[in-house]
Design a protein around this ligand. Structure first.
Ligand code: LLP
Length: 433
């Protein structure tokens, strides 16, 4: 998808330097082909190999109206975590029954919106949520399908901020007998919900299947217990997302099968042994679909050499469009899009334009000699970039473009100053004469 033609960087058949002229920079550019290939891999290696299997794309990684259409057209389901994501999906015409609603503190208004629209699954995350769902269902004459999110108590290997399967977590139910079993029993007995099974998501940007297998073993234990104590068969298991991608030369993306095959085998063996019907399986990948489908394009401005120390190359965006280096010490790769065939000849620090020393996009980038006006492309910025963008320093959120086989279309327009300040008011007391 990414190639060099006549010294210029192309993505999905589009000249990135022309895109910079047309849309301005900073610019997020998504390859539709790359996204579709990930969906195809999931369809071939998971959905078609396990009856009833589904993929619920994690909207938090990258989402907008156009992305909702792409997910819908690929026949996938959607994992949302807020009323905003849910509204975006519904506004794009995404089928509500294919939406799964996650989140550790779903607000009353969000629950109402989800139930009113009959979303496909509610993933219950805490003790009071079942009662909240029941009272809304009672008032609206609805019945919801529910799963319980549990924290299987495994420690996955990733940045502390994106590890979620530990017992000490704000997400899900710990597997303490006096916590999880009464909760399950309440759901089984409730006339307002249909209890389907369990959900876990142990963390993000993971490269080993071992913690997934440990988590699988922990919920299979739960499955056995629920059958033995309540005579109820678990019909669905949601295995979360978290599959890692390569941001730099140190990391290597693994195929979905590396994670999913051993989990499927273990689940099949357990259900077969118990003589139960195999459950529907769901995964919720986000980053591994959107992450390396996009690049961010910046224009280089100020260049500053601190003799004997470091050369700073500043770009026209930064932590406002990619917070990940500052927040998780994420390491990215980049090239000069207009000098893509030139050999790297210097090591520079690519920094953003925010008033923060930590606003560094790439610490030691190996680049051809960079000059003002050159275009820098940073790779694999498709996940948790646009969706985590901020207006720090009153910097507008960049535009987002979708490219496919030489065609470019706008997904999101660049934010304007008027839009950034639209909610601001000068109080009467400060209006002056
Ligand atoms: N399902 C649940 C319940 C989740 O909490 C998440 C991510 C996913 C699925 C999707 O995980 P993925 O396949 O994208 O790894 N902002 C951080 C990542 C936070 C992930 C939060 N939950 C980052 O930029 O690395």
């Amino acid at each position: 998808m990414i190639e060099t033609r006549n010294g210029t960087l192309f993505l999905d058949g589009c000249d990135t330097t022309k895109l910079a002229q047309k849309y301005g920079t900073p610019l997020y550019i998504y390859s539709q082909t790359a996204i579709e290939e990930r969906f195809a891999e999931l369809r071939r290696d998971f959905v078609e190999r396990w009856p009833g299997a589904r993929v619920a794309y994690a909207a938090k990684s990258f989402f907008c109206l156009g992305m909702a259409r792409l997910v819908a057209e690929a026949g996938m389901c959607l994992d949302v975590v807020s009323g905003g994501e849910l509204r975006t999906a519904l506004a794009a015409g995404f089928p509500a029954e294919r939406i799964e609603f996650n989140g550790n503190n779903k607000l009353p208004g969000e629950l109402e919106l989800a139930i009113e629209n009959s979303v496909g699954r509610m993933i219950i995350d805490g003790a009071h949520e079942l009662e909240d769902i029941e009272s809304i269902c009672r008032a609206k004459g609805k019945r919801m399908k529910v799963l319980y999110r549990v924290t299987p108590g495994v420690k996955a290997d990733s940045h502390d901020y994106i590890v979620t399967g530990k017992k000490d977590s704000k997400f899900g139910f710990p597997l303490d007998e006096d916590v999880i079993y009464p909760a399950v029993e309440a759901a089984i007995r409730s006339p307002y919900v249909d209890f389907l099974g369990f959900h876990f998501h142990i963390g993000s940007q993971l490269f080993k299947n071992e913690p997934y297998l440990q988590a699988t073993d922990a919920i299979l234990e739960l499955v056995r217990h629920v059958k033995a104590c309540y005579g109820v068969e678990v019909r669905e298991l949601n295995l979360g997302g978290g599959f890692g991608i390569a941001y730099n030369d140190e990391e290597e993306r693994k195929p979905y099968r590396y994670y999913l095959d051993p989990m499927m085998e273990r689940i099949a063996a357990c259900f077969d042994e118990m003589g139960l019907l195999r459950p529907a399986l769901v995964v919720e990948p986000g980053r591994s679909i959107a992450g390396d489908a996009a690049i961010t394009l910046y224009t280089i401005g100020s260049i500053k050499e601190i003799k004997g120390l470091r050369k700073y190359v500043s770009v026209d965006g930064g932590m406002t469009d990619n917070i990940r280096p500052a927040l998780y010490q994420a390491v990215y790769r980049g090239v000069l899009a207009n000098k893509a065939s030139q050999p790297a000849e210097e090591i520079v620090t690519v920094c953003g334009k925010c008033c923060e020393s930590g606003d560094i996009i790439i610490k030691d980038a190996k680049l051809p000699k960079a000059e003002r006006g050159d275009l820098l492309a940073v790779f694999s910025t498709g996940a948790y970039g646009y969706t985590m963008a901020s207006n720090y320093n009153s910097i507008p959120v960049p535009a987002v473009v979708l490219v496919r086989n030489g065609r470019d279309e706008c997904l999101v327009q660049r934010q304007t100053w008027e839009q950034m300040t639209a909610c601001q008011r000068i109080p009467d007391s400060l209006k002056g004469e």
